[in-house]
Design a protein around this ligand. Structure first.
Ligand code: R5P
Length: 305
């Protein structure tokens, strides 16, 4: 394969698989980073190169997800991202393109209780202040947060067709899409269209206690013999999914697929979801884990070409 020389991709520590896949799709060189944590807890990152002129004048794509994982929480991931951007800018790249497959803090987009901070905006303001040229994110929790950005080009990539194609490949039939809360309705409606024009969306009602985080849910129970696809943007602790699965089971669902672009699967999420009755947990490689069954690489590479 011919390697394109004027573009380089830097694979962040949180996007090792997806980063390499995107570089392959684009046919460009891919460089890793070296990271450590100092004894005082500060993060360290360097781009793994010996000659900085390799970066000078090049178009550089940085791929770093900012989800928590076994070897880095989202704060570490964000700091690593800032460090990568700063190194690449200092080495005089001609263009800095940043891909953040999962954007941390995106759920803190509103004030729910007095005294809170709207931290999603703060994270984006920091990225903006680093004067990058283009920003690509995937299925951001509340895309409105991107509107204030001054960076020249911002793209929120949609993973729904990819996820739907995967579910269809499993042989799912007579599908109903369940939206686990009202906030996910528009997304679920758009998702349902990928399964067919007449595929129904059942909207469940979710209430989350803003102090304890506890969830209560209710919903329509007419799901007899249907294959149910429960679609959300994020699976964190699995509480939302487990509740929706339980209702779907009570409603007579046949197969149940728990689907999210970003399956973080924190704490007991896997147990909660599978034990509630899901047949499969499906996510994308915005997060590197066992649910990453759908790759975003081609979709992201197509935008970057
Ligand atoms: C919230 O509005 C999100 O869209 C998800 O529903 C939520 O993050 C899922 O969290 P958990 O898995 O902890 O219920």
């Amino acid at each position: 394969m011919k390697i394109i020389m004027d573009k380089i991709l830097i694979v962040g520590p949180a996007s090792q698989i997806l980063g390499v896949r995107i570089a392959r799709e684009l046919g460009i060189q891919c460089i890793n980073t070296e990271t450590k944590t100092f004894p005082d807890g500060e993060n360290y990152l360097r781009i793994n190169i010996d000659d900085e002129t390799l970066i000078e004048g090049k178009e550089v794509i940085i791929v770093q997800s900012t989800g928590p994982s076994s070897n880095g929480n989202q704060n570490t991931r964000l700091f690593e991202l800032f460090m990568m951007i700063d190194s690449i800018k200092r080495m005089l790249a001609s263009k800095v393109i940043v891909v953040i497959p999962y954007l941390a803090y995106a759920r803190q987009d509103k004030i729910f209780r007095p005294g809170e901070c709207q931290f999603a905006d703060v994270v984006l303001r920091i990225i903006d202040s680093m004067q990058i040229d283009e920003l690509y994110v995937v299925d951001v929790h509340a895309p409105e947060v991107l509107q204030e950005l001054i960076v020249n080009k911002v793209v929120n990539i949609d993973s729904m067709k990819l996820l739907a194609d995967y579910i269809k490949s499993l042989g799912a039939s007579d599908i109903v899409v369940v939206s686990p809360d009202k906030g996910a309705v528009e997304r679920s409606k758009a998702f349902a269209k990928h399964f067919g024009e007449n595929v129904k969306v059942n909207v469940f009602e979710k209430k989350r206690d803003v102090k304890t985080g506890e969830i209560t849910m209710s919903g329509n129970l007419s799901l007899k013999n249907k294959d149910v696809v429960i679609a959300d943007d994020i699976i964190a602790t699995g509480g939302t999914m487990a509740n929706a699965i339980k209702i779907s089971k009570e409603g007579g669902a046949n197969k149940i697929y728990a689907v999210a672009t970003h399956a973080l699967l924190l704490q007991q999420a896997k147990y909660r979801i599978l034990n509630a009755g899901a047949d499969e947990i499906i996510g994308t490689d915005s997060i590197d884990n066992e649910a990453s069954k759908v790759s975003l690489a081609k979709a992201i590479a197509d935008y970057l070409k």
